[in-house]
Design a protein around this ligand. Structure first.
Ligand code: MN
Length: 222
């Protein structure tokens, strides 16, 4: 899916470049936070993953397949955690942009209205879910069948393993906001949702999911 760019043929996973400059989200998410979060945390997950899977059959899998393959297997918890965190972080960077926020594009807004009553209600649900997630985890906007849903995961958890289509995510591990906002997670979440969130990314993911589903339903030969 969207993070396939993080995977390459040689069996080693690469840390994908940040989609913007390290100080592009400053001061809401500072260059210092991104330096640690992207460089040390995300980079660390990728490096650890490569070490764990080196010279094993798992090294042949794409990052997404690796997440699905190791999910729920007691002997592979470490691999799952690092693979899922590598995937989640790439998805998170793309869920943000400088001068983000504002109103979602029409097609996404419409679906938010159908599922939540209004697009603002959907954003509010994301805000509540992100703020109230207990401990380290993630808040997600996902496509579930024809419905949009807001959900959260704990630790390295990802909606991929529930066969849901992620559209957008907010990292609510303390390392995402502590240097800039200390314990005030709600300030970080509202900064993200009002000023940094990239609704176009979510809308693109939605369109892509609907298109591939439509293609899968076409009779063969057409
Ligand atoms: Mn993180």
């Amino acid at each position: 899916m969207h993070a396939s760019a993080t995977t390459e043929a040689a069996g080693r996973h690469e840390l994908p470049p940040l989609p913007y400059a390290i100080d592009a989200l400053d001061p809401l998410i500072s260059a210092r936070t991104l330096g640690f979060h992207y460089g040390k945390h995300h980079g660390g997950y990728v490096d650890t993953l490569n070490t764990l899977i080196a010279d094993t059959p798992l090294a042949q899998l794409s990052l997404e397949d690796l997440v699905l393959e190791t999910s729920g297997k007691p002997g592979q918890v470490k691999i799952f955690n690092n693979a899922a965190q590598a995937w989640n972080h790439t998805f998170y960077w793309r869920s943000l942009r400088p001068q983000g926020g504002g109103e979602p594009p029409a097609a996404l807004r419409q679906r938010m209205t159908t599922s939540f009553g209004s697009w603002e209600a959907c954003r509010k649900q994301l805000s509540i879910t992100a703020t109230s997630q207990f401990g380290s985890g993630w808040a997600w906007l996902v496509l579930d069948g024809d419905e949009l849903r807001v959900t959260s995961t704990t630790g390295a958890g990802t909606p991929l393993t529930d066969r849901l289509t992620p559209l957008l995510t907010i990292d609510v591990w303390e390392h995402a906001y502590y240097l800039d906002h200390q314990n005030r997670r709600a300030d970080y979440v509202s900064a993200v949702l009002e000023k940094l969130v990239d609704w176009d990314f979510a809308a693109d993911n939605l369109a892509q999911a609907l298109t591939s589903r439509h293609r899968a339903q076409l009779p063969s030969g057409s």
